[in-house]
Design a protein around this ligand. Structure first.
Ligand code: ADP
Ligand code: MG
Length: 233
């Protein structure tokens, strides 16, 4: 997988006259850069949903997949910790019921996804600055980004040293070291993720307007993108 694979995915979506990618499509772009993403499959009916859940292994997460729904939680579009075939069926049907509430939404199906191991939830983002071009952002998820605006920025391409600096610069950094019984995060894995996003941003700067990985679970050993959103130019 490489830049060419990512471009193929992007061209197909552009061909459909779309600029907003689903979580599933966004993670396919990430995976083209060997960025670690959750194991997941797109189910189009109840039977597929159950089969994929068995394949992935319980517990699983079910999510609505639609380019018209970018904040899935707001519409009840995320079901975590789903533990049995019966629960999968119920969750699947509840999610497909969103179709009735949001009439014009183009629903691609339901994503069946592995539950990510416990970790700190961080955010990685990329936006375009009219002067500097792509700019990368890093921060801790939730209130740290939304309320405290505790984030760091860098202009790619980044060196390993830049990426480390970017992580250590935020005020909430001690949390990643695992204060007060919290999970300590694998910093090398986080650095690798930032460097992969740096490569992707430089390569695809002409096509991508903005993207985020929110959250990226930074676990004790490794990191995994749990949600992602790519918006094309
Ligand atoms: P939204 O579109 O609302 O941002 P997300 O896919 O980010 O939806 O899911 C919302 C939250 O649910 C995440 O921030 C995370 O805390 C939790 N979550 C989602 N997917 C998983 C997963 N695969 N494993 C564990 N927790 C998850
Ligand atoms: Mg999210």
């Amino acid at each position: 997988m490489s830049k060419e694979d990512a471009i193929k995915i992007i061209d197909k979506i552009k061909g459909d006259g779309r600029v907003t990618l689903t979580e599933y499509e966004s993670k396919n772009i990430l995976a083209a850069y060997n960025f670690p993403v959750t194991k997941e499959k797109l189910a189009r009916d109840e039977e597929e949903a159950v089969n994929f859940a068995e394949e992935i292994g319980y517990p699983v997460v079910l999510k609505i997949v639609s380019p018209d729904i970018t904040h899935k939680t707001d519409v009840g579009g995320v079901k975590v910790n789903v533990k049995s075939p019966e629960e999968v069926k119920t969750a699947y049907n509840e999610l497909m019921g969103i179709k009735d509430k949001i009439k014009d939404a183009d629903i691609h199906g339901v994503l069946i996804q592995e539950m990510a191991p416990k970790g700190n939830e961080v955010i990685l983002g990329m936006t375009q600055d009219p002067q500097f071009g792509p700019v990368l952002m890093f921060g801790l998820g939730g209130v740290f980004v939304e309320v405290l605006k505790d984030v760091s920025f860098r202009i790619p391409p980044l060196t390993r040293f830049d990426a480390e600096d970017m992580i250590k610069e935020i005020k909430a950094y001690p949390i990643l070291e695992g204060v007060r019984g919290g999970v300590s995060s694998d910093l090398d894995a986080l650095v690798d993720c930032i460097l992969k996003l740096s490569d992707l941003s430089v390569d695809l700067s002409d096509c991508i307007k903005e993207m985020d990985i929110n959250p990226l679970f930074a676990t004790e050993k490794g990191a995994v993108a749990v949600d992602s959103l790519v918006i094309l130019k």
